[in-house]
Design a protein around this ligand. Structure first.
Ligand code: C2E
Ligand code: MG
Ligand code: MG
Ligand code: MG
Length: 286
């Protein structure tokens, strides 16, 4: 009786696995087509100066426009691309697309602003990153200050000398480096003093109870004041409520980013909404 149940459980388990494997196999087939067929794209989410509400920059975020699945978010396919060995290709593609987009906006006469790309070291394993970045900036006639690179704080704190050298070299050439999802790692505070960076992006988990929980608020204030001591710019990610937007500038936050202020959108929409006719301020912001 109990044996049969075990067997039953086992069958259930294996059929689950094969369903999962099949799904991943199909996904990987479709991803190959996506990569070859120009189905990947970047959306752009605005960042604003906390005090003035003026547009401060944009973050480029990867999307996959799949004919079968619709618009797919990066969390659902980036790891698989890496496993498929396409990570290096992806990293270079994102860098090139974001710079090409900035060049296009420049050609259209818009005020220059920085764009950040998300950077996974796995994706650049076989490329000398700083050299590749400099080449791409040159190709699109962009100054290094136009590009920002967002890396996870865990990556930034990597013991791998290669990663640290690359970060240092990028910064030497004028590209700013941001620590993404800051505060979620175990030893964030230690990283702050060891890692050469220009910006921290405060993870959105800190914002959830900012206005209701005094301890949460104290924690955020402490992180921000420490960032200030180290001369780092502070970006709040995931601003979703009016309350967060009104309280963060006073806490010393430099830039705000989040659905409340602007969602990630295709480049044409970004230009229409945030670049045209000096639309570059949060509407309603004084
Ligand atoms: P991330 O770099 O921390 O990007 C922020 C994520 O939060 C984005 O999700 C963005 O759409 C979302 N977000 C922005 N504002 C809000 C808000 O107010 N509320 C909430 N709940 N979410 C908000 P997305 O686009 O799905 O990207 C997820 C992650 O995928 C990114 O996190 C980044 O780690 C990674 N990623 C995205 N694009 C790329 C890329 O081109 N290359 C690499 N290596 N990773 C990427
Ligand atoms: Mg990011
Ligand atoms: Mg983040
Ligand atoms: Mg994230």
């Amino acid at each position: 009786e109990s044996k049969r149940r075990e067997i039953g459980d086992f069958c259930f388990y294996t059929s689950n696995i094969s369903a999962l494997t099949r799904e991943r196999f199909e996904l990987s087939q479709e991803l190959r087509e996506a990569v070859g067929g120009g189905q990947l794209l970047l959306h752009y989410q605005p960042k604003f100066h906390a005090r003035t509400g003026r547009l401060a920059g944009a973050e480029a975020l990867l999307r996959w426009q799949s004919p079968r699945r619709g618009l797919v978010m990066p969390g659902q396919f980036i790891d698989l691309l890496d496993e498929m060995g396409l990570g290096t290709w992806l990293g270079e593609w994102v860098l090139d697309r974001a710079c090409a987009q900035m060049h296009e906006w420049d050609q259209q006469g818009y005020r220059a602003f920085p764009v950040s790309i998300n950077f996974s070291p796995v994706q650049f394993e076989r490329t000398p990153v700083p050299a590749r970045v400099r080449t791409t900036l040159g190709k699109y006639r962009l100054s290094a200050s136009r590009l920002e690179v967002e890396i996870l704080e865990s990556v930034a704190a990597s013991e791998l000398p290669r990663v640290r050298e690359d970060i240092a070299s990028l910064r030497d050439s004028g590209v700013r480096v941001a620590l993404d999802d800051f505060g979620t790692g175990f030893s964030s505070l230690v990283h702050l003093t060891r890692v050469p960076a220009d910006i921290i992006k405060l993870d959105r988990i800190f914002l959830s109870e900012l206005c209701t929980d005094a301890r949460q608020r104290a924690l955020v204030e402490m992180i921000i004041s420490m960032a200030k001591v180290l001369d780092l710019e502070v970006v709040a990610e995931g601003v979703e409520t009016e309350q967060q937007r009104s309280v963060l500038p006073g806490m010393g936050c430099d830039l705000l980013q989040g659905y409340l202020l602007g969602r990630p959108v295709p480049p044409e929409e970004f230009a229409a909404r945030w670049l045209s006719a000096d639309a570059g301020a949060i509407s309603g912001h004084v």
